[in-house]
Design a protein around this ligand. Structure first.
Ligand SMILES: [Zn+2]
Length: 808
């Protein structure tokens, strides 16, 4: 599964409301024992889109596991069960109390025997299977799709719903005649019923997988077909989007080849399909052979500059090996799925965009991990309710550190051995460790104890001293993290690089205790000392140096990470001109965009007029990220040329992100001009209405009353929800005295969509307007949506904490 990053990123630049999506947290129950092993599931289901229901049967072939079996329990939530039979036909007694269906067998079955039961049922699932309606507006499509992980498939078919059992599966699904239904495995057949006007698809997954990976997704799709070797690849897109296939999915075959090479395991399933769905709560989901993807993953070439689909496509594809072929035995070992898939995204970056980009992404992830730890406290990766950052980013970082300790060849050989040993089966962390140990001969117990079963990070305090007489550099490395049962002193390979007049030398020291002193003999005094060369350790590091040393490092360090650190350390108010000049030079000419961006950010902190030219020049940088940063800070400089430059960027930059940022900043320096640009951009088409969203949010900031008439049509139902919400916020910001704005907001407060009602409540809550206050008060007792209720509560009963503080 992958979180909603594309959407979050896209929405943030457009200045809209951010998503309230909570990240997946595994259950806290202990690992489940099982009495039987399911061999095969056969789902025969008719899907009723209008009625939001499913009816049919599930056949399960199984074999006793614990001992003689005279009854069995299936997970089945809120179903209406009409019969349970042996496949041979005989009816069986059963007792159904949601969430468990207990079936009494006709006799006792011994270990080694197999039996098959068939449950006939119907249900209106509240989870696991989702029904989407085109007439609910927002550019949606009629659809049905499932999301099994973590344990929601039990809401639409009875099964053993826990990852530690694997079975083959089969889905025979009936949908309206003009729909397509996708499921796992190969398409074995397709029939039409002219009388009922339906179509039935028969899919077979012939390799065993966990039940949470069983899926269906159905709707009206255009199917684009391709092939990698003999593996069929299909892409289910909305008919209007097929021109975006190449920018969205074009690299899929190359990715499959890449992961085959990295793992040494040929793609392990029958086919690989990807399907776009609406209203998905995740970025993507790795259902075996049939990945579901958020509609935000579909990008045009312009959006792909800043929001490429590669990370989510690579992530879900990598799960075909890590997660689907080898599956975490229980949810506490979920990093074996998610950490690995996340690391595979980085490997794809490294292969296609180079070492610098790879290092930069790892640095960004390390910030996320440290931020989560500060906010949520320390937790081991393997623990109940582990943080998402642990399962994804820290898991990925752990693999990267393991790779640097073992070396590339041994690391990937170990991964291969692990996949071979546990293919089509389950594994847990110790089994992964043992596979790596067996393949490489290295004892890794200490490493897993520190990084996977322990928590926290090394906090390194480093100081250095040069002894000219003995020509020795001494480094004192202290580990300053809190030491307790969760976190100890880490054993770390610390690569140190020293540069002297004559050249560079590098040495790796193993540091381990509270304090270590390292010595390096050099041919002269060091000009630059880099600790953790190559950014191989996940850590907090404090290594004080003089400005001159950091200037040298900014100019000469070979790793992106070290130049970025230098830029950050130099960015402070009250620095001498040489610091500014070095940062200006770096912002203009460093070969890597991430360093140029960091240098600009450091210069922005200094707020010195002499940097204005650097920022103006950076708006023409080849990297859209650098141009975005330049646009973001330009308003802190005076002059008519600032607004002119932002105007040009907003109207004509090749990146949506730059254009959106420039427009937003323009609204903060010249509201009239911003309104005019926004008005011109409002009708422009762009990926997922990105331009329109930026234009509306700039209008909101600019506050020109002419925006009311322009925003009103975008509050209509035919528009995307995100566009409607921003248009509503424009009315809230400037429409208090406008009759038409008030009338529309009144109507929206009783709109059928909870998301529109909450947008309307947010829009009027600051008004302190008698009419609307009484409408809100009347709404509260009738409101059923928790999302709307929570905003209503804030509107009607604002917290008083600030007043109390004033009294103190
Ligand atoms: Zn994932």
């Amino acid at each position: 599964m992958s979180p909603f990053r594309l959407l979050i990123a896209a929405v943030t630049i457009a200045g809209s409301v951010t998503s309230s999506q909570t990240l997946f947290a595994p259950d806290s129950s202990a690992r489940r024992s099982r009495e039987f092993h399911a061999l095969h599931y056969r789902l025969e289901l008719a899907f009723d889109h209008k009625g939001k229901s499913v009816a049919g049967s599930v056949g399960i072939r199984l074999t006793p596991l614990a001992g003689p079996l005279d009854s069995l329990v299936l997970d089945a939530v809120d179903m209406s069960v009409s019969s349970v039979r042996l496949e041979a036909g005989r009816a069986l007694n059963y007792r159904y109390r949601s969430p468990s269906l207990t079936i009494r067998l006709d006799r006792t079955y011994a270990f080694g025997e197999t039996l098959a039961v068939r449950v006939t049922y119907s249900c209106t699932p509240s989870k696991g299977l989702y029904f989407i309606y085109a007439d609910s507006g927002g550019g949606r499509h009629d659809q049905i799709w499932s999301q099994g992980e973590d344990m929601d498939n039990r809401y639409w078919f009875p099964c053993y719903d826990y990852p530690n059992d694997k079975a083959t599966s089969e889905v025979i699904g009936t949908v309206p005649a003009d729909w397509t239904l996708l499921s796992n495995g190969r398409l074995a057949g397709e029939t039409r019923d002219a009388k009922k006007n339906t179509r039935t698809f028969h899919w077979i997954e012939s390799k065993p997988h966990s039940t949470y990976l069983i899926m269906v997704a159905a709707g009206r799709y255009a199917i684009i077909r391709g092939k990698y070797r003999n593996i069929p690849l299909e892409y289910y897109m909305y008919p209007a989007d097929t021109a975006l296939w190449s920018s969205t999915f074009g690299r899929t075959p190359a990715m499959i080849r890449f992961f085959e090479e990295k793992t040494g395991i040929p793609y392990p399933w029958e086919k690989f399909d990807q399907i776009i769905i609406d209203d998905f709560m995740w970025g993507g989901m790795e259902n075996t052979t049939a990945v579901t993807l958020n509609d935000m993953s579909v990008v045009d070439a312009r959006a792909a500059i800043d929001f490429p689909s590669d990370p989510v496509v690579a992530h879900e594809l990598a799960h075909m090996w890590f997660g689907d072929l080898v599956t975490a035995r229980d949810w506490t070992h979920l990093w074996l799925n998610e950490g690995f898939a996340t690391y595979c995204e980085k490997l794809w970056t490294e292969a296609t965009r180079g070492k610098d980009e790879f290092q930069y992404e790892m640095i960004q992830d390390s910030f996320g991990i440290r931020g989560d730890e500060r906010m949520l406290g320390r937790k081991p990766i393997v623990s109940h309710d582990s943080h998402p950052a642990n399962l994804y980013a820290r898991g990925s970082w752990v693999l990267n550190m393991l790779r640097s300790i073992l070396g590339d060849e041994a690391f990937f050989r170990g991964l291969h051995a692990y996949l071979v040993r546990f293919q089509y089966a389950n594994a847990e962390t110790d089994e992964f460790r043992l596979a790596m140990e067996d393949a490489t001969g290295q004892s890794l117990d200490w490493f897993f104890r520190e990084w996977v079963f322990g928590a926290g990070l090394p906090k390194l305090e480093i100081s250095k001293a040069w002894d000219g007489e003995s020509r020795t550099l001494r480094l004192v490395v202290r580990q300053d993290q809190q030491i307790d049962s969760l976190t100890g002193y880490f054993r770390l390979p610390l690569a140190v690089e020293c540069t002297t007049e004559r050249g560079r030398t590098q040495q790796v020291f193993w540091v381990s205790g509270k304090e270590d002193t390292l010595s390096m003999a050099l041919d002269g005094p060091p000009l630059m000392v880099i600790a953790d060369k190559g950014y191989r350790l996940l850590k907090d590091m404090h290594f004080p140096k003089s400005d001159d040393e950091f200037i040298y490092q900014l100019k000469h360090a070979s790793d992106v990470a070290d130049r970025i650190t230098a830029a950050r350390m130099l960015g402070d108010e009250g620095k001498e001109p040489p610091v500014r000049e070095a940062l200006q030079a770096s912002a203009a000419a460093d070969p890597f965009w991430g360093v140029r961006e960091s240098a600009l950010t450091a210069l922005a902190v200094m707020r010195n007029d002499s940097s204005k030219g650097t920022f103006l020049a950076a708006t023409r940088d080849p990297s859209s990220r650098v141009r975005t940063t330049a646009a973001r800070f330009l308003p802190s400089f005076k002059g008519r040329d600032v607004a002119g430059c932002l105007d040009t960027l907003a109207r004509s930059d090749s990146s949506y992100m730059v254009s959106g940022t420039a427009l937003r900043e323009l609204a903060s320096v010249d509201t009239v001009r911003a309104f005019e640009v926004a008005r011109d951009l409002l009708s422009r088409e762009g990926n997922r209405d990105m331009v329109r969203r930026s234009a509306l949010s700039a209008m909101r900031t600019a506050g020109d009353p002419r925006a009311i008439a322009l925003a009103l049509p975008y509050t209509d139902r035919g528009n995307r929800d995100d566009v409607r919400r921003i248009a509503v916020s424009v009315l809230g910001r400037i429409g208090k005295d406008s009759l038409s704005a008030r009338e529309r907001l009144r109507a929206l407060l009783s709109d059928g969509s909870p998301s529109m009602r909450s947008a309307a409540v947010s829009a009027v809550m600051e008004w302190k307007d008698q009419e609307f206050d009484s409408i809100l008060a009347a709404m509260e007792p009738k409101e059923t949506s928790p999302e709307v209720l929570s905003i209503l509560k804030r509107a009607l009963h604002p917290p008083h904490s600030s007043e109390e503080e004033e009294e103190k």
